[in-house]
Design a protein around this ligand. Structure first.
Ligand SMILES: *Cc1c(COP(=O)(O)O)cnc(C)c1O
Length: 408
């Protein structure tokens, strides 16, 4: 990879490893390579260091360290939560989740549907919000788990997790939340939230890719997903990803320290970028309401443009942004999140997500605000009629693959 100017506005896809995090993990790659399960001190000391890291990530979410299971990623944590709920309650064959979840939930639900489980995908309104009354009505005696994300990776829209947890408690049904986008942006207290399980992924908070966690509340029945050795108190087999666990611990400390800055300086940068685009470029619209929303995320529709074409021009100018989630880029279907909000596939295909972070500067925002208007003007010169025709077949295809919850 060449080192040219990069303006990185895609922090919801992944984040730069913080220098402090990198420094913390290096000794565990270079020097302290002992197996934490070994009896000798060269290994067992590493085990102790892992436990120190576990305490740090537990503190980030207000949990007891014993309630934290390290996994390989957010995807594994999400799969594990649902898998555990189904295996430990074999008579329950129904799951409630939403139409706007990350593919780690949506695609796993698709898989389970094929295995004979029933999945209710709750719709959202044009503000991207759930109807909590409908959620309440969707829970049945055979519902094994409700899984609702806290903050949406594509739009930044935040769900009222505390209220949803309370509804689930009333029905005595397990509740899991995918909180992957939350650390460093909102404070997390699993006990105040009242969740049974919660997912995080370290590479969204300035640690490396390939490590996540699943919080499992004390006394919750749990079935491991990865079965093998006694690692993670028997809750996940596999020799520990030591350096990444150490990194996650350090990143958790930093995330708490960054909370303030994300909500002041980063929020101001996001607002400057968003307001600047909406003001200087005609026929642009913010996706969803201003609040409640993550402080770093802005999703904007550029009518009459193809997101992929905008991203290509931005890329040529060294700017990283995205359409949809990184996990679905490359597919021609419009984002399932935007379509669920009732945004016409035509408009959804012109939506770009900018997600900022603590390493971004005002100068970078100014640069994008200066680069973007001529790009959009250039793209709009291309016949919009041609564009709409090539889209039509994808629209019908998408409608068929989407299941809506029955309104009770
Ligand atoms: C990134 C992300 C995931 C997936 O995490 P990985 O560690 O990449 O598997 C899951 N959910 C949300 C909301 C995300 O943003």
């Amino acid at each position: 990879m060449s080192q040219r100017r990069t303006v990185y506005f895609d922090n919801n896809a992944t984040t730069r490893v913080a220098p402090e995090v990198f420094d913390a993990m290096v000794p565990y790659l270079r020097d302290f390579y002992g197996n934490p399960s070994s009896a000798y001190r060269f290994g067992s000391q590493v085990g102790k260091d892992i436990e120190a890291a576990r305490e740090k990530v537990a503190k980030l979410i207000g949990a007891d360290p014993k309630e934290v299971i390290f996994t390989s990623c957010g995807t594994e944590s999400n799969n594990t939560a649902i898998h555990s709920a189904l295996i430990t309650q074999p008579k329950k064959k129904h799951i409630v989740t939403t139409m706007v979840e990350h593919s780690a939930i949506i695609k796993y639900s698709d898989f389970l549907r094929k295995q004979g489980y029933e999945i209710t995908l709750l719709p959202v309104d044009s503000d991207g919000q759930l109807d909590l009354h409908l959620l309440d009505k969707s829970i049945r005696p055979d519902t094994a788990i409700v899984s609702v994300m806290w903050a949406n990776n594509e739009t930044g829209i935040v769900f009222p997790i505390e209220e949803i947890a309370a509804i689930c408690r009333m029905h005595d049904v397990l509740f899991h939340t995918d909180a992957t986008q939350v650390p460093g942006k909102m404070a997390i207290d699993v006990n105040a939230l009242g969740v049974d399980m919660l997912t995080l992924s370290a590479h969204k908070l300035h640690a490396p890719k390939g490590i996540g966690l699943l919080y499992v509340k004390k006394r919750t029945k749990f079935q491991p997903y990865v079965i093998g050795g006694h690692q993670e108190r028997g809750n996940r087999g596999g020799t520990e990803n030591v350096a990444n666990m150490i990194a996650f611990g350090r990143a958790a400390e930093i995330a708490m320290a960054h909370l303030q800055e994300e909500n002041t300086r980063v929020r101001a940068l996001r607002d400057k970028l968003e307001n600047g685009i909406l003001k200087s470029i005609p026929n642009t619209v913010r996706t969803g309401p201003k609040e409640p929303r993550l402080p770093n995320t802005s999703n904007i529709g550029f009518d009459g443009c193809e997101a992929e074409a905008i991203l290509m021009l931005l890329d040529q100018a060294g700017v990283c942004a995205s359409s949809g989630s990184a996990c679905t880029t490359g597919s021609l279907d419009p984002s399932h999140v935007l379509v669920a909000m009732g945004i016409k596939p035509m408009r959804a295909r012109g939506c770009i997500r900018f997600s900022l972070g603590i390493y971004n500067t005002e100068e970078e925002v100014d640069y994008v605000l200066q680069q973007l208007p001529p790009m959009i003007a250039k793209l709009r010169d291309i016949s919009p009629v041609k564009q709409s025709e090539s889209h039509r077949k994808h629209e019908t295809h998408f409608a068929e693959t989407t299941t809506r919850a029955k309104v009770a």
